[in-house]
Design a protein around this ligand. Structure first.
Ligand SMILES: [Zn+2]
Length: 654
């Protein structure tokens, strides 16, 4: 169980070493790469082990360039890794290795560069210069070398020479942050603040520019091999770590013996053929692009028309498009129109008993209902959030870009048989994506958009791009921006969870406030939820406790202010109360959550209907609140009691 990264290559090299057959690169060379990988990972002892095995071989068995490179790296790690002994003996060993490397290959610029760095740190300025000079002569001159030469000159109080060297460095590599910074410091010391400023700004720009690898990082991926791993604390910690915006979990279905066949189109048709499917009609397009309806311009707007169908009918469509794809080979000029079956509600426990039962095998973090899930404390169902939704797809079906409601985390399992392609951006870039949406005249929260990938790279926004195979569970951490396109024919199931943690709560509250500011509805009633959690959940984290207490205090204060003002104006408040499973009320006009006090009037078009408002919107309609009835749902004493008895719980010893 490890993320696919260097460790993957490590396994690869180890296997290559163990393979008795001969291959195009020699064993010592493979061993060198293995050692170098360890070195990159900071596993210096392991790296030294591999390198030493190479130089222990008879010289005739090792190609000279492998020998020279091995000696060079051995020299460098002895020079830089403090845990390899006292400074004096490390220094002697380092020099020996570097010199032996040079004896074998006098033309390696990198070795001369390391030797220069070695001499420079020993204060042997002349030797350092000679080595750097050699490095520049031997290899294509590198910006690193010129930058080091600059540092050396500066230490020798030769600012003009240092200047020349730094300029060489930035001419070779415009993105050499250290060279720009050193150049800036030099200009500053020489009383040239204008030039210094330009260089500092360049350095800052370099620090922000991400290279290709940083812009398309690999998605953190976990491979599960056993039920124990699936149920482990380590897995939950990995997923909820804010450093991992998204986690792909492979092998979960197998490890837990989940029967995903229960969600296959065949079983769905057999169990609930008449169930409603929302259908989105879209254009099938390459996943990294989005074109306008004429196919002439790349745009962000990605609208689709909505209609309704049933599982049985959509299943026929899925099967029909699959069979057609086997026949037709014609190349179309315009994009094909496709239908995406979305938001199929699986909340009915009677209709979907087997399916819901199967998902209760999941580890607690992923489970639909658990004590540690905020959304289990709302008190009622919020479709698609604390209930499961199903998606039925054909190739090209698109879920446009978004963050989950109130920044909750999300779980998505691909049932297969085809794959899905995902794009995910860390939470901290949502503001920049929001700006890009506005630039395209699209509302980030309520609009429908598909990012043109090159626009994001241009804006220096990293994107995780990965394939979700059948059986893969994708965990989206709080606030991750994402958009998804089906590669093949497949079904997906998805729902939200909200870990009871300070990070999740903070993200949720921040988005709640932002929504309020933008006049966009938060479908999770956070104030009500907070009061519920205060009564039903043991909160042991002080940060979370304080945030919740603040939220409760604010709502109490607001209620009291409104009550005082109503009393002053001789407006009666009528007791209404609240049933256990009653949904929270939202203002008819601004869609803000209403807690405790409701301002109600009869609809003018239909006198049977009552419309609920917040105080602000009610007063906008009628400053004296004529025609309004004010209802309240809690006694102030009751709220005070809950507030006072909500205390920080002691962490139980386990
Ligand atoms: Zn309102």
């Amino acid at each position: 169980m490890f993320p696919l990264s260097n460790s993957f290559f490590l396994q690869h090299f180890k296997r290559a070493l163990a393979d008795p057959r001969s291959c195009s690169i020699s064993k010592p060379e493979i061993r060198f790469h293995l050692g170098h990988l360890y070195e990159i990972q900071g596993k210096y002892v392991a790296a030294r082990g591999e390198y030493e095995q190479i130089i222990a071989l008879p010289a005739t068995q090792v190609k000279s360039f492998v020998q020279a490179n091995t000696l060079r790296q051995l020299g460098w790690i002895h020079h830089t890794v403090e845990s390899f002994g006292d400074a004096a003996s490390r220094s002697a060993t380092a020099l020996q290795f570097l010199q032996r490397s040079i004896e074998i290959d006098r033309n390696n610029g990198q070795t001369w560069y390391f030797l220069g760095r070695y001499y420079s740190s020993m204060g042997k300025v002349h030797d350092a210069f000679v080595s750097y000079r050699q490095s520049i002569d031997k290899s294509e001159a590198s910006a690193d070398t010129w930058c080091s030469i600059g540092v050396l000159y500066q230490e020798q109080n030769q600012p003009m020479d240092a200047l020349q060297a730094y300029i060489c460095a930035v001419q070779l590599d415009r993105n050499h942050e250290a060279a720009w910074r050193d150049l800036a410091i030099l200009y500053e010391a020489c009383q040239q603040p204008r030039d210094a400023l330009v260089c500092y700004l360049n350095a800052k720009h370099c620090a922000q520019v991400k290279n290709e690898e940083e812009l398309s990082p690999p998605a953190p991926t976990i491979y599960l091999e056993s039920k124990k791993e699936a149920m482990s604390r380590a897995l939950a910690d990995f997923c909820t770590n804010p450093q991992n915006p998204v986690t792909v979990i492979r092998g979960l279905a197998a490890a837990l013996k989940l029967d995903l066949g229960l969600f296959s189109t065949k079983t769905l048709v057999e169990s609930n053929p008449q169930c409603t499917v929302e259908v989105r009609t879209q254009a099938q397009q390459p996943s990294e692009e989005n074109w306008d309806s004429n196919g002439t311009n790349k745009v962000w707007l990605c609208e689709s028309s909505r209609s309704y169908s049933s599982i049985a009918k959509y299943a026929q469509y899925q099967a029909m498009t699959f069979q057609e794809s086997m026949k037709s080979t014609s190349k179309r000029k315009t994009f094909k129109t496709i239908k995406f079956g979305t938001n199929i509600d699986l909340s009915d426990e009677k209709k979907w008993k087997l399916q819901l039962q199967e998902l209760s095998k999941l580890p607690w973090l992923f489970r639909l209902v658990s004590a540690g899930n905020m959304l289990s404390h709302v008190g009622h169902s919020i479709l698609g959030m604390n209930t499961i939704q199903l998606y039925m797809k054909v190739p090209g079906s698109r879920t446009p870009g978004h963050q989950e409601n109130n920044n909750y985390s999300a779980i998505n399992i691909n049932i297969g048989p085809g794959d899905c392609e995902w794009f995910a951006v860390p939470e901290e870039y949502w503001g920049e994506i929001c700006n890009l949406c506005e630039k395209h005249n699209i509302n980030y929260l309520s609009g429908s958009w598909w990012p043109v990938l090159e626009d994001l790279y241009h804006a220096n926004i990293p994107v995780y791009r990965f394939i979700q195979k059948p059986g893969d569970l994708v965990w989206l951490n709080a606030g991750t921006v994402h958009w998804v396109q089906a590669v093949g024919w497949c079904n997906n199931i998805a729902w939200n969870v909200g870990l009871v943690s300070p990070h999740q709560y903070q993200m949720t509250v921040e988005r709640y406030e932002w929504n309020k500011f933008c006049g966009y509805k938060s479908i999770v009633p956070i104030v009500q939820l907070t009061w519920n959690m205060a009564q039903h959940v043991r909160i042991t984290n002080p940060k979370l406790f304080n945030m919740m207490k603040t939220c409760m205090m604010r709502s109490l204060w607001q209620c009291q202010q409104m009550l005082d003002n109503l009393k002053k104006n001789n407006i009666d408040v009528i007791w209404h109360g609240r049933t256990d499973e009653e949904h929270s009320h939202y203002c008819e006009t601004c869609e803000v959550e209403l807690f405790n006090l409701l301002f109600v009037r009869r609809s003018e078009s239909n006198l049977q209907t009552h419309l609920v408002h917040c105080l602000n919107c009610a007063r906008n309609l009628n400053p004296d609140l004529e025609n309004f009835v004010v209802l309240n749902q809690y006694h102030t004493d009751e709220l005070m009691r809950i507030y006072d008895s909500f205390t920080l719980a002691k962490r139980s010893k386990t």
